[in-house]
Design a protein around this ligand. Structure first.
Ligand SMILES: Nc1ncnc2c1ncn2[C@@H]1O[C@H](COP(=O)(O)OP(=O)(O)OP(=O)(O)O)[C@@H](O)[C@H]1O
Length: 333
């Protein structure tokens, strides 16, 4: 769906030049949810803006649906842009227009008649679960509701690709979950390809099938989410996967597992009950978890005893917990 080859982007010239992207090659397949993650300044926004030519690349190529978008004429580019929509952290709704009129807006500028636009907008409001907000103004909505309206507006022109630039970064964890669930649902129902830009690992874990890790304007690593998260091979990937800085090599006698909490239970009781019910002491090697109303979200790196029986007991105990996933991490990861 999107093929990027040797893409580079430099802002400015001479001594003040900033190279934001350097020789990026990646491809996003039709129908997938692809994640781009990196720390602040890694180049994520610039990369996603090169996908719809909000930024013009300095070098390399960007093909969307087979067409090299850097060489399209203005009219062709306008058409191509209809098939690539975007949502933002700050929602970017038109504050003077009702929700319905916000969703009608891209249809109006594409020449769709008022009645037809309204019908389509009502369908989209229904799709994002906000039929009752047609006449409300953005100021009357919560952040999550605003993002739902922004998603409905982005889908109005039946795009093939939805680019999401930090779309959940301004939202609380529960609302984030519901927006991610909506994106996943829309991806499945409509087949729209979704590209998610984020600095949050939990977002990638939640909905992406593949991920590219950006570091200093280059792709440090890319591949299937479970492969990269269970066995990060670059420093950039390790920094994201183990933000606590755990060095697995320091614990050679242990089996190391990565436990992801999806809000089903708190993590302290899990560690305590591992000790009490299984007699297994687990070491917390690193954690990036948040406790929200007594529920844990995020991931934790645990060291289990080297003894295979004890480790197996602990693993099956953890696997039996609701909303918890666990995977072994290779020791040279
Ligand atoms: N319009 C611009 N002019 C000059 N430099 C820019 C411009 N836009 C981005 N940059 C620079 O390019 C680099 C990458 O920025 P970008 O916003 O793409 O990173 P990011 O990963 O999205 O960061 P963040 O998560 O903080 O938004 C940074 O060094 C930034 O200062």
């Amino acid at each position: 769906m999107i093929q990027i080859e040797h893409l580079s982007k430099t802002f400015g010239t001479g001594e003040g030049a900033v190279t934001a992207l350097n020789d990026i090659t990646l491809s996003v397949e039709a129908g997938e949810i692809f994640g781009i993650i990196g720390l602040s300044g890694a180049g994520k926004s610039t990369l996603v803006r090169c996908m719809n030519l909000l930024e013009r690349p300095t070098g390399g190529s960007v093909r969307v649906n087979g067409a090299e978008i850097t060489s399209l004429r203005p009219k062709e580019l306008r058409q191509a842009r209809r098939s690539i929509s975007m949502i933002f952290q700050s929602f970017n709704l038109l504050m003077q227009r009702t929700c319905l009129k916000n969703i009608c807006f891209p249809l109006e500028i594409n020449g769709v008649g008022a009645e037809q636009a309204k019908n389509r907008a009502m369908e989209l409001l229904d799709l994002v679960g906000l039929s009752d907000k047609a006449d409300a103004y953005p100021v009357q909505l919560s952040g999550g509701q605003k993002q739902r309206i922004a998603i409905a507006r982005a889908l109005a022109t039946d795009p093939k690709v939805l680019l999401c630039d930090e779309a959940t970064s301004a939202l609380d964890p529960t609302t984030t979950q519901s927006i991610l669930a909506l994106l996943k649902d829309l991806n499945e129902k409509l087949g729209v390809t979704v590209v998610v830009i984020t600095h949050q690992m939990s977002v990638i874990e939640e909905i992406c099938s593949r991920v590219a890790i950006l570091d200093g304007g280059s792709v440090a690593e890319q591949g299937r989410v479970e492969d990269i998260f269970s066995n990060p091979t670059t420093d950039a990937a390790r920094r994201l996967v183990y933000p606590g800085g755990a060095q697995i090599e320091q614990f050679p006698a242990q089996r190391v597992v990565r436990v992801a909490f999806n809000g089903g239970s708190a993590y302290e009781p899990l560690i305590a009950s591992l000790a009490i019910e299984c007699g297994v002491k687990a070491n917390i090697l690193g954690a990036d978890t948040r406790n929200v109303n007594g529920k844990a979200f995020g991931t934790m790196l645990l060291g289990l005893p080297g003894d295979p029986n004890e480790a197996a007991k602990a693993l099956s105990y953890i696997r039996a917990q609701p909303d918890v996933t666990v995977e072994e991490v290779e020791e040279n990861a």
